[in-house]
Design a protein around this ligand. Sequence first.
Ligand code: NAD
Length: 295
Amino acid sequence: MATIGFIGVGNMGGPMAMNLVKAGHCVIAYDLSDALLDIVAEAGAEKASVASDVVVGADVIVSMLPSGKIMENLYIHETALLDIIDQNTLVIDCSTVAPENSRNLAVAAEAKGIVAIDAPVSGGVGGAVAGTLTFIVGGSDTAFENAKPVLSDMGKNVFHAGGNGAGQAAKICNNMLLAIQMIGTAEALQLGVDNGLDPKVLSEIMLQSSGKNWSLELYNPYPGVMDGVPASNEYKGGFQVNLMNKDLGLAMEVALHSKSATPMGNLAKSLYGMHGRKGSGALDFSSIQNMFKEE
Ligand code: NAD
């Protein structure tokens, strides 16, 4: 079992750290919030009062932070943890950031003889709690193999997307497609309802037809069609509109760099941006259904 330094024990990082404790690892955690540290300490992790205390002597460092700027400041610039991390330590950043942030981390780490990889996740808070997250890794073959056992203790699927930054790029592509698909699904369901169709019946028909997709099959956005999804719980829980907006922003940044045409992604970003600004930021992203309803 490994000694794991964990930085950022928020909605996602907290349960992920607890799953590492459950798997028998020695976890030392750090977060700006003492209250969140108390929660993971109760589950068996050790609390650190400064970031440097979790990285010295760790076999693996896992971070789960809100943004690329915070991640880079922590490892490279302000806190400069790379200056004190041991060369045998594997750094796994699971935050969702731009591929460029992940490449910056890998390059700065390599200059100090340290290996760092990106391993953003899909699966949300529910997946983090259940230990069923999907990890999408960017890094070398060797680093991927070394990271796999630890990631498997927090998730069900561990994919190797390519070199550093590829994990972020793959995650961004997936979430852009998810946003477009969810909007299309909500639009089609509302068109049906406005023309006298029962959304449940329409969903059944489309599920057996060419309109079938993940949102329709497992995450129906129309209230009352499916049990156990946010749409049937006033859009509470799930994946917040704010986080979808963050990921769509990253997708547009990446598209700008690669000069890729993303007209549907652009439109999805505008629609989710408007939806968030109208006070729905904390709701699940399937609440985009409300934008199509008559006021
Ligand atoms: P969160 O805000 O709940 O947690 C982030 C934690 O990082 C907070 O507890 C914060 O105090 C801590 N933090 C911030 N700066 C820090 C610093 N300098 N040192 C130490 N700790 C610091 O966010 P979250 O929902 O857990 O998301 C974390 C990451 O996971 C984000 O990049 C997000 O995009 C991604 N993600 C979230 C979800 C989701 O459903 N919540 C799903 C997939 C991916």
